[in-house]
Write a new protein. Structure first.
Lengths: 652, 410, 246
């Protein structure tokens, strides 16, 4: 009876297990690897995870996630796996892993929680990535790629490779392929695979590409006695005493590698001497004589002889030690094929990066040039047309910027306020310029040096007035939101929209100016007065009116330049004086009385300044110094500027 | 045309007499003489003012007489100050370091002393090595020589470049301004070797005179400044009184004509530019030990323009005018910006002069340029009835801007 | 007699405009020469070239017995070599006395150092007074030259030129704005000067030129049209065409 019962039970169990194998493939799979799963060790778990991952079962991802989250439990009675959910502190509710059906509530003591350690969890995580990579949701896939990129790890490589087939989104596919390459470089299985991956990045501008390659060619400095050991991937042999590797550095390296005794430093020697003064003598040398290095050396050797101080290597010992060792830089990666490929690829990347940096620099220089052009164009008009040098020009720029600031205080919408501020700044500075011309400059024509000084007087008065009204702190002039950000061409080349806007503004002004001068009655009259004021006035042109309008125009443009400059620099009362010398330089370099000259001058100064800054990026002050010196020398060769008036009209 | 230098230039004697009387009076009223009438700090202010008068004379020579509106002479003034400041700072730090190291158990080596001085001086800019320009800082004689040589050479090289390319008028002014800016920006760098924007400080402590009170030292410097001003005045008056003065005034009024007379205009300009640069540097070397600190902001272009303002207000083309202008404007400026001038309540707004002095100065400067181009010095002519001939052409000033007008007439 | 100044094949272009076109010209040691020509003929530019103010595009300008080229010398060097120039407008230093003006022009060391330590000697004063007598300004020595009349300024400038003791005098329209008596005086001065040196006079006024009684060079469009006595050139058909228009 008992046997019968046992048999029946066994048959029943078989049925159950058969049924289980058919209805619950996941449970079956887990049971197959139960031993490994229960042991949960990093060394042995892999087959279980691989089986799960490659099972192709729809539940696999959920099971692995639960496992990783320690929510996978085992029922002690039959060793079956369930998802568990806490009901209260003693009771847990189980859910079937295949069917998702509730399997009742159990007391905690009847259950066992699977507690994978962190090593196992990270392996599960790597396996899970594959599921995320294959997810139907593109956002999930991108998220997975981001996660991989944040922390490149070797176990992600097969997962990623497996996820390339079947990818439909071309952008994500590109990223996957790229990420496989980046992973292959450090973790590829074979040398050929890695070299191919390295070579495939040739000319790639991405920061990640350089980040992947640089560690390969990173070197450490090393020294050994005799010859370089076999199998060392040597980047360069070093000769002590050369310009890049001094004897002291070489010896310090030997000391650091415990290959040679340390030399006592001057400070230590002094310390030792100080502690061993006995009866006014140290090591047999009177203290009063210890004011030279030679005497101290002697005294120290005396101390060493007495055994009161550690020995120090002498010069002779030092050179022997240096001669008996080889010094070299060693690549981190021992495989020369890899490091060679990486070096070549980096070379090609750096070349391309260089080309792109030049492009970026060109864009920077152009935007700087357009700022100088905007700042100088008004000055060029008043200087070129009227022969008047306006030291207060910088303050007109400042007035324009403050006008923009005040408008923004009244009109909160930045786009509208800028559109209002531009014409308003023009109006304000136009009026100021006309007033100044009428009140002061008119009386000083043909006395240019006195005009210079009088306008300087106005300049200091205006600057102080601005300080009194707006205070000394910088005021912001905020650009509209659509001008935020930058146009990014690639990882190297980018230019902010604000600079593009200023560039466009400068072009517009060039156009407007050319139109006024070449196509309007005012321009005709201005040109006439420039060339021959007497003749012009006898032709019925009123030179007073023309001078007034010209001066107003020049000042008005300064106001608009002020708004433009204020958008990317803080508005202070010194804003103008920061630009005035550069503006003068622009006019002088370009040549007086010609708008194209001003344009060329601004371009030259902009490019020059950026170029010098590129050579010495840490020091913009020095860049300005050198630029001014360059301009002084330039004036030697073209005293009248790039575009000079020639012949009799130019005077002497 | 005859007679001695002094009899032809009575203003020199008058000036020297006034200066001597002033110096004596200040000395007697100073704390050093036991009087309480003038504070030591005011003696220093007066001494500094005398130095400013000297640099104004240099400016007047180069602008008022030779017609070169240099916006760089205050840079030479500052460089002179830097040169003497290097010695003052080195020698004083050396004394301090020597005292502190003397207490050490082992006597210091020479290298240790130099390193300690270097750490003391250059610690603020994160360095301890002496840059090459400090090579002579340990020797007063050599450094005094540098006071003259460095600005002199700078002026010589710059002037040679500028004058030989025939840059004149406002172009030249802008170029000198650019030179000044370049120099100031260079000195603002930390690795310029002159402590960046910290400048040199503690210059009022004269090495070797630790036991002497500042009251006495201030009078010494006051005297030195007065002597320098007197000598500078006599030298300048001598230079401009003879044929040389005739030639440089000729250059100011019509450069081309002087050239066709066979004078090498460039050589004369270079001479006067360099000479005045040296005078300015000497004035600076006397000024900064009284000021106590020098930093690159002192030689920014604006300072040189102010110098031109002083000379213009005082009256160009006469040496005493420059002195009057510099003394008056700089003392007024000290008075106004020092906050000693009572504010003017206007009901809704109170005029605080610390804020409004610059505005007042700017406006009055414009007014002087417009209505009194001869400056305060012009008043002397007015009272003595010595009026200028009603000439054709411009008042003082060398340049017709461009030669458009002449061109029209040809 | 060798030539003092020899200009050959000189051309100058200003912005495409040929101001001087293959001009050749020479003058002897002590000769008076008048240059006439319509406006824009290149008279002033010619003087600019000789005095070093303008550099020609091509050609040679040779000077003196040694046939020294003037093209490499600066204005002041040319002036010291012995070329004096009087401008169209009287340019004297108006802020300075007549004496100072003359003293500045006196032939002496012209280096800055020499001038700085220069103190006038008795004979210098005598020479200046002599010159002042010649130009009729003997009693005006202490006056500022800005106070002089227009004609007096012209003379002062001529006096300054004489004080320079040049070997070649270039005079641009000396008679402009003078009264008849003043013109005669000027003619005498120039004739007197031409006895010891070469004098080139640029003048519009035919009457004045006739009174100089010298060889005449006619310039037109930057080159020499005719040369000879005044009577000779005024009969030349080309000259008549140029002056009267075609």
């Amino acid at each position: 009876m008992t046997r019968l019962l046992t048999l029946a039970f066994a048959a029943l169990m078989l049925c159950v297990s058969l049924a289980t194998a058919q209805d619950s493939p996941m449970q079956t799979l887990l049971q197959e690897h139960r031993a490994l799963i229960e042991k949960s060790s990093r060394q042995t778990i892999e087959p279980a995870i691989v089986a799960l991952r490659d099972s192709g079962l729809p539940q696999a991802q959920l099971v692995m996630e639960k496992w990783q989250a320690k929510e996978l439990w085992q029922r002690k009675s039959d060793n079956l796996f369930f998802f568990a959910e806490k009901v209260d502190s003693k009771t847990w509710r189980l859910t079937g892993i295949d069917d998702g059906q509730a399997a009742g509530e159990f007391a905690k003591k009847e259950l066992k929680q699977l507690k994978p350690n962190s090593g196992v969890r990270s392996m599960i995580g790597a396996a899970l990535v594959q599921f995320q990579l294959m997810s139907d949701d593109p956002a999930k896939r991108i998220e997975a790629l981001d996660a991989i990129q944040r922390d490149l790890a070797p176990e992600q490589l097969p997962a990623l490779e497996g996820a390339i087939d079947g990818e439909t989104d071309p952008q994500i596919l590109d990223r996957k392929v790229r990420l496989v390459r980046l992973l292959t470089i450090p973790y590829g299985r074979t040398e050929d695979e890695r070299v191919a991956a390295i070579n495939s990045l040739s000319g790639d501008l991405g920061v990640d590409a350089r980040a992947a390659l640089n560690p390969l060619v990173a070197t450490t400095r090393d020294a050994v006695a005799g010859a370089v050991p076999e199998g060392t991937n040597v980047a360069a042999l070093l000769k002590p005493g050369s310009a890049t590797f001094s004897n002291e550095e070489a010896y310090a390296l030997l000391v650091a590698r415990d290959l040679a005794p340390a030399r006592v430093s001057a400070a230590d020697r002094r310390e030792a001497l100080q502690q061993n003064i006995e009866g006014g003598k140290v090591g047999g040398v009177p203290v009063a004589q210890l004011d030279t290095d030679a005497a101290r050396e002697r005294a120290y050797l005396g101390l060493v002889a007495e055994g009161k101080a550690p020995a120090t290597a002498t010069e002779a010992e030092m050179s022997v030690a240096l001669a008996s060792h080889v010094f070299f830089d060693r690549f981190a990666d021992p495989n020369p094929a890899i490091t060679d490929a990486a070096t070549d690829t980096l070379k090609s990347i750096n070349l391309k990066v260089g080309v792109n940096q030049v492009l970026d620099l060109t864009l920077d220089a152009m935007s700087l040039a357009s700022i100088y052009f905007l700042a100088a164009i008004g000055l060029a008009i008043t200087f070129g047309v009227m022969g008047v040098i306006n030291m207060a020009h910088g303050e007109f720029i400042m007035m324009g910027a403050y006008t923009g600031y005040v408008v923004q205080q009244i009109i909160p919408d930045y786009t509208i306020s800028i559109l209002v501020a531009l014409p308003l700044a023009f109006a304000v500075t136009f009026a100021a310029g006309v007033a100044m011309e009428r009140l002061v400059i008119r009386w000083l024509y043909n006395r240019p040096l006195e005009t210079l000084l009088a306008t300087f007087g106005i300049s200091i008065a205006l600057q102080q007035l601005a300080k009194n009204i707006f205070g000394t702190q910088a005021r912001p002039l905020t650009s509209p939101g659509w001008l935020d950000g930058a146009l990014v061409l690639n990882d190297v080349v980018s230019i902010s929209y604000i600079r593009i806007a200023i560039f466009v503004l400068a072009l517009i002004f060039l156009g407007v100016f050319l139109f006024i001068m070449k196509r309007t009655r005012l321009g005709l009259e201005v040109r006439a007065v420039t060339q021959n004021p007497r003749m012009a006035s006898s032709m019925g042109i009123n030179p007073d009116r023309i001078n007034m309008l010209t001066f107003g125009l020049g000042s008005g443009i300064a106001g608009i330049a002020g708004v433009a400059i204020g958008l990317y620099a803080k508005v202070t009362s010194e804003l103008g004086s920061d630009y005035i010398v550069q503006s003068f330089m622009t006019v002088v370099v370009g040549g007086v009385g010609n708008i194209w000259g001003t344009l060329l001058g601004a371009t030259m100064i902009g490019f020059l300044q950026k170029g010098i800054e590129w050579f010495n990026p840490s020091n913009t002050l020095a860049a300005q110094t050198y630029m001014i010196i360059f301009i002084i020398i330039f004036i030697q060769f073209r005293p009248r500027g790039i575009i000079a008036l020639k012949g009799r009209a130019a005077g002497d | 045309m005859t007679g001695t230098f002094l009899s032809r230039n009575p203003s020199v004697l008058i000036f020297i007499a006034c200066l001597a009387a002033f110096t004596l009076a200040v000395t007697l009223m100073s704390e050093a003489a036991g009087s309480e009438l003038i504070s030591t700090s005011f003696v220093k202010t007066l001494g500094k003012t005398l130095c400013l008068c000297l640099v104004a004379i240099a400016m007047d020579l180069v602008w008022g007489f030779a017609g070169i509106l240099s916006l760089g002479h205050f840079a030479f003034f500052g460089v002179g100050g830097y040169m003497i400041g290097m010695w003052l700072m080195y020698a004083r730090t050396e004394a301090i370091v020597a005292t502190s190291l003397a207490n050490a158990e082992i006597p210091p080596t020479d290298q240790e002393i130099i390193d300690a001085i270097g750490t003391q001086i250059f610690g603020v800019v994160g360095s301890s090595d002496f840059p090459p320009i400090w090579s002579f800082a340990d020797s007063l004689t050599l450094q005094l020589l540098m006071v003259v040589l460095v600005p002199g050479l700078l002026a010589l090289v710059f002037g040679w470049l500028a004058f030989r390319s025939r840059v004149t008028g406002v172009y030249l002014s802008i170029l000198t301004q650019a030179m000044t800016l370049a120099l100031a920006l260079y000195l603002f760098q930390n690795d310029s070797g002159l402590r960046g924007n910290n400048g040199l400080s503690g210059l009022q402590n004269i090495p070797g005179a630790e036991g002497i009170p500042q009251a006495t030292i201030s009078v010494w410097f006051f005297w030195a400044s007065a002597v320098a001003l007197g000598l500078g005045y006599v030298l300048s008056a001598w230079v401009v009184s003879g044929k040389f003065g005739s030639v440089i005034r000729g250059i100011r009024d019509d450069e081309a004509r002087v050239r066709f007379l066979g004078y090498s205009v460039e050589g004369y300009k270079l001479f006067i530019f360099t000479l005045t640069a040296v005078i300015a540097a000497i004035a600076g070397a006397l000024y900064y030990p009284q000021a106590g600190i020098i930093n690159p902001a002192e030689i920014a272009p604006i300072a040189s323009i102010y110098l031109a303002v002083w000379v213009a207000i005082g009256g160009r083309g006469r040496l005493y005018g420059a002195v009057i202008g510099a003394a008056l404007v700089s003392l007024l400026s000290t008075w106004f910006t020092g906050g000693q001038v009572p504010s003017i309540p206007l009901g809704v707004y109170t005029i605080v002069w610390v804020d409004w002095w610059q505005v007042l100065l700017g406006i009055s400067f414009v007014l002087v340029t417009l209505f009194a181009p001869r400056g305060i010095g012009g008043l002397f002519d007015y009272f003595s009835g010595n009026r200028a001939p009603n000439r054709h052409g411009r008042d003082l000033g060398p340049d017709a801007g461009s030669l458009r007008e002449q061109e029209a007439e040809q | 007699m060798s030539q003092l100044l020899e200009v050959s094949g000189v051309s100058v272009t200003f912005d495409g405009f040929r101001a001087i076109n293959n001009l050749s010209f020479s003058i002897g040691q002590s000769e008076l020469r008048a240059i006439i020509g319509p406006n824009g003929a290149g008279k002033t530019t010619f003087m600019d070239i000789v005095t070093g103010k303008t550099r020609p595009d091509e050609g040679r300008v040779l000077w003196g017995e040694m046939s020294q080229s003037l093209l490499k010398m600066s204005e002041s060097q040319i002036a010291r070599a012995g070329v004096g120039r009087k401008f169209q407008r009287p340019t004297v230093f108006e802020d300075q006395s007549v004496y100072d003006n003359l003293a500045m022009a006196l032939k002496k060391d012209r280096s800055p150092w020499g001038v700085l330590f220069f103190r006038p000697q008795a004979n210098d004063r005598v020479r200046i007074e002599e010159l002042a007598g010649e130009i009729g300004l003997a009693d005006q020595l202490d006056r500022k030259s800005g106070e002089l009349s227009h004609g007096q300024k012209q003379w002062l400038e001529i006096g300054m030129l004489l004080a320079q003791e040049p070997r070649l005098l270039l005079v641009d329209e000396p008679a402009a704005g003078m009264t008849l008596a003043e013109r005669e005086h000027t003619t005498d001065l120039l004739k007197e000067a031409a006895k010891t040196r070469a004098v080139v006079v640029v003048e519009h006024d035919m009457e004045f030129v006739r009174r100089l009684e010298c060889k005449v060079t006619v310039l037109h469009e930057g080159s020499v049209l005719a040369e000879g006595s005044l009577d000779h050139v005024t009969k030349n058909q080309d000259v008549i065409d140029v002056y009267l228009g075609r």
